[in-house]
Design a protein. Structure first.
Length: 342
């Protein structure tokens, strides 16, 4: 059995301590960033009633003090625009609130999403599941067992996607149990983990987790959710290096967000930063039309122009696929760049 090299790694794996110390008060966040006197930002604090504010201090440390337009801050700070009801934006933009068993979505023929945990380390204001009824899809062993029974009875499934919330909110021993159960189902070949937790708390990638993934018979992929190059620092790169050492394939998916990354130079910097961290750009999504997030919307025509601009700035393997999710469709729907018309 191969072992993960732990030289120069901290013995104390303190991600749970960091998780317990997240910021939940918009006023505290603004104060930490020297923005507590910014009247416009303070007007949005009431939106915490719509969707709580939640952000780890390790992520706040990457924000620029005194900058009301910091792209990391805008992703997590409550905003008054969240109160505006916009036609076409709904609580369930992907028609997901009908699971085959609690916590399991069989959205695609050969793949199913297991909602491992309902909570997240960070609440992103554009989250398409900000209204999802997690209370009916609790991440516990009883629901997991129902999901596993369903998976075992459906041999067309060969890949399971750990989703949420954030699946890495589960503790290492819980993930170990889940992975073991999946390994005992012969037709499951791949495990894909979609997560933002290592981005906001890099310490989540523990030596125990890496060793378990290394030892698995499953092909393991981890898809980070990173939208801006400023999210990538050395601690994140170190965590990704440990995952790569464990044989994990690293991909990233982003969301196009107005005032955050709707700039081809920013997208180019993101692709380069991802690749330098050992992560391959995979998908970039147009925003799912979830109620409360319309102010982030980038329309399809602008999205196409942004990707065309990116194509002229980076190598082809650094250009993620532009796509959208449509409820009920058997896969993501690529957006045609209409290059032939240029």
């Amino acid at each position: 059995m191969a072992n993960i090299v732990t030289r120069n790694m901290p013995i104390r794996e303190d991600w749970l301590q960091q998780l317990a110390d997240v910021i939940t008060d918009p006023d505290e966040l603004l104060c930490l960033l020297a923005l507590n006197e910014h009247a416009e930002l303070r007007q949005g604090t009431a939106a915490r009633r719509l969707f709580p504010l939640r952000v780890p201090r390790a992520f706040v440390a990457r924000m620029r003090s005194g900058d009301a337009k910091d792209p990391l801050l805008l992703q997590v700070l409550t905003a008054r625009e969240e109160f505006i009801a916009v036609p076409g934006f709904t609580d369930d933009p992907l028609d997901e609130q009908r699971s085959v068993v609690p916590g399991l979505l069989h959205k695609y023929h050969n793949r199913a999403l297991l909602l491992v945990k309902g909570g997240c380390a960070v609440n992103c204001r554009y989250c398409f599941r900000r209204h999802f009824p997690y209370q009916d899809n609790q991440g516990n062993k009883a629901n997991w067992q129902q999901a596993l029974d369903y998976i075992a009875q459906h041999p067309e499934l060969d890949e399971i996607i750990f989703s949420g919330g954030d699946p890495l909110m589960a503790k290492d021993h819980e993930l170990d149990w889940l992975i073991t159960q999946l390994e005992n189902i012969a037709h499951i070949k791949r495990l894909r983990i979609h997560t933002r937790l290592p981005v906001v708390i890099p310490a989540r990638i523990t030596s125990t987790l890496c060793q378990r993934l290394l030892d698995s018979r499953l092909q393991v992929l981890l898809v980070t959710h990173i939208n801006h190059p400023n999210e990538i620092d050395q601690s994140l790169c170190d965590s990704m290096a440990r995952l790569k050492q464990a044989g994990v394939t690293l991909l990233n998916q982003s969301v196009l967000l107005r005032d955050v990354n709707n700039d081809p130079d920013v997208l180019a910097a993101l692709s380069h930063a991802l690749f330098n961290a050992g992560i391959l750009p995979y998908y970039i999504h147009v925003l799912d039309k979830v109620q409360g997030a319309a102010h982030f919307m980038v329309d399809d025509d602008e999205a196409r122009l942004l990707i065309k601009g990116l194509l002229s700035r980076v190598s082809g393997y650094l250009v993620p696929r532009l796509a959208r999710e449509i409820g009920g469709e058997p896969s993501k729907t690529p957006l045609d760049l209409r290059l032939a018309q240029d």
